[in-house]
Design a protein. Structure first.
Length: 150
């Protein structure tokens, strides 16, 4: 079963087909992918999880916050991948997953480990699983878009 292309993905394919030798159009499409999809959505998703962590801090034990945030973060990531970020190729998916994972690692280190300095440490199984999912979910979304079985 093949899913129809998102309008932005269709524009991307059309522009590449019509102007295969035109570097400015390809550079513009790549710039949009990097700024909006990689950096914009990566930072926005990380910040949503960061805020959820502060909200859950009042209701659950600090050691369990990650397990409460993760299902919501995964659902948000799936929603973003389904509605706003369309990855159709494996290289784009790998690049997106790598960018989102690196954003999560860098921001967690700066704003959680260094700034808040949690007394029992920060890096536990839930955090490593979250980093892995930030890399794997875009790749799985690309496979589903191409009609491949996961």
């Amino acid at each position: 079963m093949r899913f129809p292309l998102h309008p932005s993905a269709a524009k991307k394919q059309e522009a590449l087909a019509l102007c295969a030798n035109s570097q400015p159009i390809i550079a513009q499409l790549m710039t949009t992918f990097i700024t909006r999809d990689m950096l914009g959505w990566g930072l926005l998703q990380w910040f949503a999880g960061y805020l959820l962590g502060f909200i859950f801090y009042a209701f659950v034990p600090p050691a369990s916050i990650g397990w409460f945030v993760m299902p919501l973060a995964v659902a948000l990531t799936c929603l973003v991948l389904w509605k706003w970020v369309r990855v159709d190729s494996r290289p784009d998916a790998l690049l997106l997953g790598l960018a989102w994972g690196m954003i999560a690692i860098a921001c967690d280190y700066l704003f959680l480990v260094k700034l808040l300095n949690p007394p029992d440490g920060y890096y536990k199984l839930d955090v490593y699983l979250y980093y892995l999912l930030m890399f794997v979910l875009p790749v799985a979304a690309a496979r589903i878009r191409r009609g491949a079985v996961i």
